[in-house]
Design a protein around this ligand. Structure first.
Ligand code: HEC
Ligand code: HEC
Length: 331
């Protein structure tokens, strides 16, 4: 699904998106969650918040994808087991169901495959799949919930990640002011915000940031026109494909809830939307925006903040004498 760079360079947004009808706007609305398996979702939510999936007994998915802060940790790069600093910025889990694939370089094909990664990553939760399974399986309440939700009853990394992915599927943010505008409420956003959206299309941002998530549906080079200056060692999709052409090619991130998910870019080096927009215009499009145009685009980006998932903290079942003890890290 990787789009050739030629495409974006040659692309005229007017040609691709030359229509004013709402249905054919390049950004479409976020749908409300359609929950078909509420019990599996509830189990996945417990696991998402359960720090016992980590070796230390201290780190949960929510540590780095905090649902009180739009599914991110608000750090340049994440902190994991042994207080180790991770190599890259934590993307939001909100609306991750719309992602073409998971991770900045797309190396996990879906949410289920992704969820196994951090549990066993020594720089993240620092556990192993077998320790995580033994821990969860030692708890009778979890045994019952897995039996209720999975045909073969078994607690395995497969069923654990399946349940977590079912929960993540529900983490969507519908009803943003911009979506209300798309649905026909012309008063939902200001005229400056509408101008920001017009500019977003006109200058070419929309060539990469489109679809319901305003991103997350293609891979593109970071630094099409000018090099992105960073000390971060990530090389993007080249790490997967080994091809020189994939150097610094990353998944185009979602712009949904972007006001809440600072700092920006894979190295987390930029803390304001004004700066992020200025850099994007410069290095992706070779354009210098006026202060007013930048401000209007920022207003548009802020209008993409939707209703945040309303989370009631799950109450987790207690450990017992069979549960492996946590190994907290001491400096
Ligand atoms: C120590 C911090 C940390 C923990 C704990 C953690 N993550 Fe992440 N997560 C990250 C980072 C950093 C990335 C980006 C890594 C990359 O792209 O190479 C990421 C990526 C993701 C993505 C991909 C999002 C996207 O847009 O590509 C999802 C989904 C996700 N994590 C879910 C989870 C789940 C579920 C758990 C618990 C099982 C979890 N994470 C635990 C830091 C963490
Ligand atoms: C050629 C494709 C492309 C174009 C055009 C483009 N972007 Fe991006 N955008 C990306 C990619 C790729 C990233 C992630 C880069 C990284 O961190 O390595 C990104 C990141 C961002 C981010 C930070 C997201 C985050 O969560 O860290 C913002 C904000 C953003 N773009 C806004 C814009 C705006 C506004 C424009 C137009 C002025 C624009 N982009 C034009 C591809 C593009």
């Amino acid at each position: 699904m990787k789009q050739p760079l030629i495409l974006i360079l040659a692309m005229s947004t007017n040609l691709l998106f030359a229509t004013s009808s709402v249905a054919q706007e390049p950004i479409s609305i976020i749908e409300a969650a359609n929950i078909t398996e509420p019990e599996k979702v509830a189990l996945g939510k417990m696991l998402y918040f359960d720090p016992r999936l980590s070796k230390s007994g201290y780190i949960s998915c929510n540590s780095c994808h905090n649902l009180a802060t739009a599914g991110v940790d608000s750090l340049a790069t994440s902190i994991g087991d042994q207080w180790q600093q991770g190599p890259i910025n934590s993307p939001t889990v909100l609306n991750s169901r719309y992602n073409i694939a998971q991770f900045w370089d797309g190396r996990a094909k879906d949410l289920k495959e992704q969820a196994g990664g951090p549990i066993a990553n020594p720089k993240e939760m620092g556990s192993t799949h077998s320790l995580a399974v033994t821990t969860i399986a030692s708890i009778p309440e979890y045994q019952k919930l897995f039996a209720d939700n999975f045909d073969n009853n078994a607690i395995s990394i497969d069923t654990i990640t399946d349940a977590i992915a079912a929960f993540e599927e529900t983490l969507v943010t519908p009803n943003s002011p911009f979506d209300q505008y798309l649905m026909g409420n012309k008063q939902a956003i200001s005229s400056n915000t509408i101008n920001g959206y017009r500019l977003f299309k006109e200058v070419g941002c929309v060539g990469c940031h489109n679809g319901p998530a305003a991103g997350n549906n293609m891979y593109m080079k970071m630094g099409v026109v000018k090099t992105f200056v960073t000390t971060n060692p990530a090389i993007g999709r080249q790490a997967l494909t080994g091809k020189a052409i994939d150097k610094n090619v990353f998944k185009v991130p979602t712009l949904r809830n972007i006001e809440l998910t600072y700092p920006y870019f894979h190295d987390g080096s930029v803390w304001t939307l004004e700066e992020a927009v200025t850099i994007m215009a410069d290095i992706q499009l070779g354009k210098k925006l006026s202060e007013k145009d930048t401000q209007d685009i920022v207003l548009f980006l802020q209008s993409l903040t939707g209703d945040q998932p309303q989370i009631v903290l799950p109450i987790l079942p207690p450990s017992n004498k069979n549960t492996p003890k946590p190994t907290p890290f001491i400096l």
